[in-house]
Ligand binder design. Structure first.
Ligand SMILES: Cc1cc2nc3c(=O)[nH]c(=O)nc-3n(C[C@H](O)[C@H](O)[C@H](O)COP(=O)(O)OP(=O)(O)OC[C@H]3O[C@@H](n4cnc5c(N)ncnc54)[C@H](O)[C@@H]3O)c2cc1C
Length: 353
C-alpha cells in the first residue's frame, strides 16, 4: 500500500462527463460518498456543444455546459465530491484499489467506475479550434439538424462516415464526403447505401481528397474549406513531398458545416495493468446482456459506463443511463463487501457457549 494515501473513499468515479455525473448522483443518494475526478476535460464532450436539443426534459434545448453544471450541482447536493485531477493509474492487485493521479496523489477506493469517455479524433488543421461547435462537429446525430439546407462536408471513409453522410441527407442541400483514398474502408452495406444516395444526387463523393484548412468565424460559422486532391490518394503526403507537391490540386470549397467522422479514441490508458479487457479499438469490455451487473468489467469492483464502453450509441442520454447502471451495480458490490466485512468481524460463538 502506498504511503502517500490522501484519502479512502467507498467509490471513485473517473470522469465528470454525463456518465460520471449520473453515476455520481445515484451513488451519492445511495450513501456511497463518491469522489469524482474530472480528468483533462471537466464536464466531458458535452461542454464542446452549444445546444443539446435531444436530451429528454428540455423541450427548448439546453446548452451542453448548462446541462453539465446542473448535473454537477445535483451530484454535490447529495454529497458527491468533485476534484480536479487526471487519473494516471489504477492498481487493482489488492483491495482497496489504489488510484494514482498525475500529480502523485493517491486515493484508495473499494470500487471504481470508469466513465472516462472517448475523444473524437481531429485533424489538427488551422481553423479547427476556433470553429469546433460553430460549424465544425464530431457528431452528426447531435448537430446535423442545426445546418438545415446547407451544403455539408463529411470527412472520413469508414462506417461512421458513411452512416453520418446518409443521416445528414435528411437536412443537407448536398452532403459531400471527402476521403483521402479511392476505396472506402466501410462495410459493403454502407457503401451500397451511400452509392444509392449518390445516384439520387443527395451525396457527392470527393475521393483522393483531404481538407487542410477550415474558414469562417464563431459568428458566421463555417463558410468554406481548403481541399487538396491527388489522383493517387493521400494528397497531403504528396503536398509535403517536394517531388510530388506540384501535382496536387488545391482549391477552396464552399460548405456550411463540416463533420469529422475519423473515429474516436476511448480514454482507457489509466486502466492498463488492472486486468480489465478491451476490444480491438480499445473500448472497455463490460458484461452487458440483461439483468443486473451489466456494467461489471472482468475486475471485481471495477465498473464501466458511457462512451468508454459504448462504441455504438455514443449519446448523452445513453451515457447517462449507463452511468446510473454502473452506480447501481457498484452499490450492490459495496453492500455485499460490507456484509462480508461485518460477518468476518463478528466473533463466531464457541462450542462451549
Ligand atoms: C460536439 C459534440 C456535440 C454533441 N452533442 C450531443 C447532443 O446534442 N446530444 C447527445 O445526446 N450527445 C451529444 N454528443 C455526444 C455526447 O457528448 C457523448 O455521448 C457523452 O458526452 C458521453 O459521455 P461520457 O460521460 O461517457 O464521456 P465524456 O463526455 O467523454 O466524458 C469523459 C470524462 O472523463 C474524463 N477523463 C478522461 N480520462 C480521464 C482520466 N485519466 N482521469 C480522470 N478523468 C478522465 C474527462 O475529463 C471527462 O470528464 C456530442 C458530442 C460532441 C463531441
Amino acid at each position: 500500500m502506498s504511503e502517500d494515501v490522501v484519502e479512502h473513499r467507498k467509490l471513485i468515479i473517473a470522469g465528470t462527463g454525463i456518465a460520471g455525473l449520473s453515476a455520481g448522483i445515484y451513488a451519492a443518494r445511495a450513501n456511497n460518498e463518491p469522489l469524482l475526478i474530472e480528468g483533462d476535460e471537466p464536464g466531458g464532450q458535452l461542454t464542446l456543444t452549444t445546444d443539446v436539443e435531444n436530451y429528454p426534459g428540455f423541450p427548448d434545448g439546453i446548452s451542453g455546459p448548462d446541462l453539465i453544471n446542473r448535473m454537477k450541482q445535483q451530484a454535490r447536493k447529495f454529497g458527491a465530491d468533485v476534484k480536479n485531477g487526471i487519473i494516471e493509474s489504477v492498481d487493482a492487485d489488492d483491495r482497496p484499489f489504489e488510484v494514482e493521479l498525475t500529480n502523485g496523489d493517491v486515493y484508495t477506493a473499494d470500487a471504481v467506475i470508469a466513465a472516462s469517455g472517448a475523444s473524437a479524433r481531429t485533424l489538427g488543421i488551422p481553423g479547427e479550434d476556433e470553429l469546433m461547435g460553430y460549424g465544425l462537429s464530431t457528431c452528426a446525430t447531435c448537430d446535423g439538424a442545426f445546418f438545415r439546407d446547407e451544403d455539408m462536408l463529411v470527412i472520413g471513409g469508414g462506417d461512421a462516415a458513411m452512416e453520418e453522410a446518409n443521416f445528414l441527407t435528411k437536412f443537407a442541400d448536398t452532403v459531400y464526403v471527402a476521403h483521402r483514398r479511392e476505396e472506402f474502408r466501410a462495410e459493403d452495406i454502407w457503401v451500397d447505401r451511400t452509392m444509392e444516395k449518390v445516384d439520387e444526387g443527395e451525396i457527392e463523393l470527393l475521393l483522393n481528397t483531404e481538407v487542410t484548412e477550415l474558414h469562417g468565424s464563431p459568428e458566421e460559422g463555417i463558410t468554406s474549406v481548403t481541399l487538396v486532391q491527388h489522383p493517387d490518394g493521400h494528397p497531403t503526403e504528396k503536398l509535403d513531398d517536394p517531388t510530388t507537391a506540384d501535382e496536387v490540386d488545391e482549391f477552396e470549397f464552399e460548405v456550411g458545416a463540416v463533420f469529422y467522422a475519423i473515429g474516436h479514441t476511448p480514454n482507457t490508458g489509466y486502466l492498463e495493468g488492472t486486468g480489465a479487457e478491451f476490444d480491438d479499438e480499445g473500448y472497455l469490455l463490460t458484461e452487458g446482456g440483461r439483468g443486473g451487473g451489466q456494467t461489471k468489467t472482468g475486475v471485481p469492483g471495477l465498473f464501466g459506463a458511457g462512451d468508454v464502453v459504448d462504441f455504438h450509441y455514443q449519446q448523452a442520454v445513453t451515457a447517462a443511463g449507463m452511468g446510473v447502471e454502473a452506480a447501481l451495480d457498484a452499490d450492490e458490490y459495496l453492500t455485499e463487501l460490507e456484509r462480508v466485512r461485518k460477518a468476518d468481524a463478528t466473533p463466531t460463538a464457541s462450542s462451549d457457549d
